[in-house]
Each structure stands twice: as structure tokens, then as C-alpha cells.
Design a binder for this molecule. Structure first.
Ligand SMILES: [Zn+2]
Length: 144
């Protein structure tokens, strides 16, 4: 799936970079993502006036480590799909469903299946009580 859900485990206190970096550090990383995007959403490719920064993580179940892999610039609609839990809470799921099906060229049934898969993965990751944090990705911004 080009556009997929990225549900962050409940126990990831540091899932939001904004909360661990200084304002200046976060702004630097965020703006670097916007510059790479050149005005287009890095997932759906739409040209939008306002991009949002999104942190990408992978989760190693064996070492119980959440690893930062990228910070990308996405449009609001893609971001609302990625964080579907929050989107459902604010009652904006319909627009997210439409966008998901449009970007992935799939049906509503595919959406439901993908969401079930994401929720199952989320449940498994929530069994880890404390995720370790790997921010090696950020080194590129320090060493340059
Ligand atoms: Zn997008």
C-alpha cells in the first residue's frame, strides 16, 4: 500500500519528536523534509499549500526497539489516514477513507481489511511494555 496506517504503540512516550527535541532542532528537521518534498506530498504526490511533517518508525519486536527511519512531508489528508485512530476520534474518517481508496486505487473492503491488519499489529506491539528508542537517524543532522 502506497498510503498505509502507522499506528504508534500506546507505550511509546517518545513517539513525537517535537517533545524530545528543542524547537530549533525540530524546525530544522521539519524544514529539511519540506525542502525535499518541493511542495508536493511525499506519499500521494499532490501539490498542496501546506505540508505537515510526519515521523516514520519501524518496530523491532525482538529487541523491543522503536527506530526512527525518516521524517517526511505529507498533506493533511495522508496524515489523517496515517493516524486513523485520532481521525476517527474527531469524526473525520469519511474523508480519510476516500483518500485512502483514491491513493491506493482500492475499494472500501480493502480499507477495512487494511485497518484490521493495522489494528492487529497495534495490539501485538502494545504487548511490549516499554519500547527502547533508536534515534540514529538524527545523526545525519548533527554530523553535517
Ligand atoms: Zn498526500
Amino acid at each position: 500500500m502506497k498510503l498505509d496506517f502507522e499506528l504508534v504503540p500506546d507505550s511509546c512516550w517518545y513517539s513525537n519528536l517535537r517533545s524530545i527535541l528543542s524547537r530549533a532542532q525540530w524546525d530544522f528537521i521539519r524544514k529539511d523534509a519540506y525542502a525535499r518534498a518541493e511542495g508536493k506530498c511525499m506519499i500521494c504526490g499532490r501539490k498542496v499549500a501546506r505540508l505537515e511533517a510526519h515521523e516514520r518508525w519501524t518496530y523491532n519486536m525482538e529487541t523491543e526497539t522503536q527506530i526512527l527511519t525518516d521524517v517526511i512531508a505529507v498533506c493533511h489528508l495522508c496524515h489523517s489516514v496515517i493516524h486513523i485512530g485520532r481521525t476517527q476520534l474527531v469524526g473525520d474518517e469519511d474523508r480519510a477513507i476516500k483518500h485512502f481508496c483514491f491513493v491506493n486505487k482500492c475499494t472500501y473492503a480493502d480499507y477495512i481489511k487494511a485497518l484490521a491488519r493495522a489494528n492487529e499489529l497495534h495490539r501485538k506491539r502494545n504487548e511490549v511494555s516499554e519500547w527502547k528508542l533508536d534515534l540514529t537517524y538524527l545523526k545525519r543532522y548533527i554530523e553535517e
